[in-house]
Write a protein that binds this ligand. Sequence first.
Ligand code: S3P
Length: 207
Amino acid sequence: MSDAALPAQASPEADILSALGIRSIVLVGMMGVGKSTIGRRMAARLKLPFVDADTEIEAAAGMTIPEIFERHGEPHFRDGEARVIARLLDGGPVVLATGGGAFMREDTRSRIAAKAISIWLKADHDVIMRRVRRRADRPLLQTADPEGTVTRLLTEREPVYSRADITIASRDVPHDRIVDETIETLYAHLCGESTSQPPADVASAVR
Ligand code: S3P
């Protein structure tokens, strides 16, 4: 039999894509948990476009996020963020990385629930602090006590992030390992099976 006559090779990625239909994959979670890095790799694996909500907000506003906060304030940023995410969800399926505060809005959560599968990348305080120290462009962390601010934001936000469809533990292991776990968990969530036995030390939690 020639190769052309063989059936297309089934793969978890292909099954995920067909189970998704027109729905997107939306990554939520705190600043510094790796939503863009993991999202970009997930998109490449699934052969879907990757979009970063923060980048799209900056393009729509014609200014950077710190500039939006400084000139117009956080409520204005949040309204723009909700509008941009609504538009991006209408253009699915995509893999969408959202800014850390986006999932806190009820209207955005409802839109995500209707049009996407949500994934919370969950990292602990120390991992977040180590990562956010590398960049100074997050207006919410320009405070006298960034550690205290992260603690407060985690307390406020974690109960809300936990409403995402899937939770994945983001930690200091190679990115591809987190991507593998996310694909595996997504497959189990959408297709009702596991692709393989998860490694014993995997701390990812699935709901
Ligand atoms: C924010 C997170 C940022 C950005 C803005 C506000 C937040 O995005 O949207 O600075 O409220 O947590 P990242 O989570 O991509 O850093």
